[in-house]
Design a protein around this ligand. Sequence first.
Ligand code: ARG
Length: 251
Amino acid sequence: MKKTLLTLTALALLAGSAEARTWEAIKQSGTIKIATEGAFPPFNILKGKQLTGFEVELAEALAKGLGLKVQWVTQPFDNLLIGLGQDRYDFVIASHGITPERAKAVDFSNPHYCTGGAIVTRPGGPKTAAALKGKKVAVQVGTTYLENVRKVSGIGDVKTFPKDTDAQAALMAGRVDAWVGDKFTGLDLIKAQKGKVVQGDLLFKERIAMAVKKGNSGLLKELNAALTKAQANGTYAKISGKYFGQDVRCK
Ligand code: ARG
């Protein structure tokens, strides 16, 4: 928690410290710089030099709709919003849940999908918030999973990992009793591990959005318009169907 607070204080200080590229400047350059993590399947995954995933394809479709080429930047999850404050890229798409704390540091777009934080455990393990009492849980650092797991009354040890996939591995290796992560990621994990792990309850729900530097309202307006258009013309539904077999937009 201490680390989260410090990071967010740093973010608040950085917000507004330099000029973000305006929509006009981005448009004129013809290329938009987008940052993601690249380690969060099925949303953003870096395989060799190839970035794929729901958010990667969606962002590329939005850029195309805006008449722009894309330059991708990958960063550890915990650095993404800090780099935004330092003008290293124009926006971030990395499954950030909209939280009041983050909204102090960045501006969020309309949500590009809705989801929740789910408990996944081995058969016989804790499946509810109540059952997590005294249990060891693995989560990715800097996430809403960490924030929400810490709120579970009587929670045992909370182990944080730089990458979500490492937190999952800790569950598979039996080093923790449960992993809390995205519900769609959880479904994929359960499928891949065939019976070795099982789905527990949803701990919380969240709306996921893209982030621009605080005050970059011109870019935000264009991103929102591009998202609305993609959701109206079938582009969004097609990409969502490919990764999830369903439409994951917020209803
Ligand atoms: N949805 C969670 C949050 O808002 C996790 C996001 C993790 N994203 C990632 N690219 N690893 O914190």
